[in-house]
Design a protein around this ligand. Structure first.
Ligand code: SF4
Length: 428
């Protein structure tokens, strides 16, 4: 007697060398078989394009010591099973989900077609504008390389041309823009801040204003007045705005209490705490409790000396990777694109445009269209389409698509495996 061995379409299957991992995206259960040539070969056959997760096996195979336990595991984890061949007139048919739309969009023909149309603009979801730079306000660390941070990035005093912002936002009208981030050395010192607010106020998308807390104690009456003026321009549209106020450890000891000023502005304020070690973490926790901060986020920063902090608090272990329970569509997305970086552009105060500040420049605002910048990133860039399948050692790891896409920390730590699953040689 023969059987149809099938795996359900909602199960993610990874085969690396002679090891196999099956992950049920509905219940988060995982089945792993390491270094088993026969099972790996069988699963390769099952996942081939022509077989679509269904193959025939004999009764002898079913009862063999090699496969018996494996088939039991599959059944117990609700991942598939065996069907008596006699019950079917032909091979049962399964449709295996693939990201057809995404795949066809990235095909060379489609990309060259999209260069002339406006479809390519639909890939844009977020723009971050660094309005100004002033080297005298440079931070000790380059935080902006690891997360979005209100920094003075270029080494000269510069202001982003408002006309270039206008042109870019006009072209972005055909995009799927969801978010605008407004950053810089100090956004309230940007000469055109109120014109900019007027320009973006009617765009009904999320707008994040970034500010360093360390600047505020220096502010005099005039600057608080400027913030108030800007708030008046925002007027009824406050619900679309959020302040992101960044704190380093030193800021936690500042005696100037400006929180009530922010609370009274009527705009949601998120407190963003940069954390480098356990001590920072304890201090911030006390600060949050003392000041009754309700909306906050921690931003771990790698300064080259705190690898142990990262290993204890940021590196993922197997339970955490599996516990994140990615859906099937998330897994399929991770196969093609970087879900953290995709669709995002950053514009610096000199007009330079980047997909990722750790990678090379895409172009300059004013001399290139938005469409062209996006086209460049999709065809030649390595941020939006940076997947773990291109990185060592992840490309040979069973968790390649279960792990989140590479973030900015991989670059800072100079290693792609920010995990305890495959350890780097550097760790010794
Ligand atoms: S090696 Fe890469 S893919 Fe594998 S668990 Fe670590 S980070 Fe994830």
């Amino acid at each position: 007697m023969n059987y149809w061995f099938y795996i359900d379409p909602f199960v993610h299957i990874a085969i690396k060398n002679e090891s196999v991992l099956l992950f049920n995206t509905l219940n988060g259960k995982c089945l792993k078989v390491l270094n088993n040539q026969e099972i790996a070969a069988k699963m390769k056959e099952l996942t081939s394009y022509s077989n679509s997760y269904v193959i025939k096996i004999s009764e002898k195979e079913r009862d063999s010591s090699i496969f018996k336990e494996f088939f039991n595991g599959i059944r117990n984890h609700f991942m598939g099973g065996l069907l008596n061949e006699d019950w079917y007139s032909g091979k049962p048919v399964q449709i295996i989900p693939e990201m057809k739309i995404m795949e066809s969009f990235f095909s060379p023909n489609s990309l060259s077609r999209n260069r002339t149309g406006t479809d390519i603009l639909k890939k844009l979801i977020e723009i971050s504008f660094y309005l100004n730079s002033d080297p005298s306000q440079k931070d000790r660390y380059e935080y902006y390389r690891q997360f979005l941070y209100p920094a003075s990035i270029i080494d000269s005093i510069a202001e982003l041309d408002l006309n270039n912002i206008k042109d870019l936002l006009t072209e972005a009208k055909n995009s799927n823009l969801l978010r605008l981030n407004i950053l810089g050395a100090d956004i309230f010192r940007y000469s055109h801040i109120n014109e900019l607010i007027q320009l973006i106020n009617d765009i009904k998308i999320e707008k994040n204003l970034y500010l360093k807390y360390s600047l505020l104690p220096d502010y005099n009456e005039e600057f608080f007045k400027r913030i108030n003026d800007t708030m008046n321009r925002i007027g009824e549209k406050k619900e679309f705005y959020k302040f992101n106020l960044f704190f380093t450890r030193d800021d936690l000891f500042s005696s100037k209490n400006i929180f009530s000023f922010f609370y009274n502005l009527g705009i949601t304020t998120k407190f963003c705490f940069i954390i480098k070690d356990e001590e920072d973490f304890i201090k911030v926790e006390k600060f949050i409790e003392k000041n009754e901060v309700s909306e906050y986020e921690f931003f771990p920063y790698f300064n080259g000396e705190n690898i142990e902090f990262f290993k204890h608090n940021i590196f993922l272990d197997e339970n955490e990777v599996l516990g994140s329970k990615p859906s099937l569509s998330e897994i399929l997305k991770r196969k093609r694109i970087n879900e953290i970086k995709f669709g995002k552009l950053i514009v610096l105060s000199n007009g330079a445009v980047y997909a990722d500040l750790n990678k090379i420049k895409l172009g300059t605002l004013g001399s290139e269209s938005l469409k062209n910048l996006i086209y460049k990133e999709i065809t030649d860039g390595n941020s939006w389409r940076e997947t773990r399948s291109k990185l060592e050692p992840c490309k040979d790891c069973l968790y390649e698509l279960i792990c989140p896409s590479p973030s900015f920390y991989e670059n800072a730590l100079n290693r792609n495996n920010i995990c305890h699953i495959i350890t780097s040689d550097k760790e010794g």
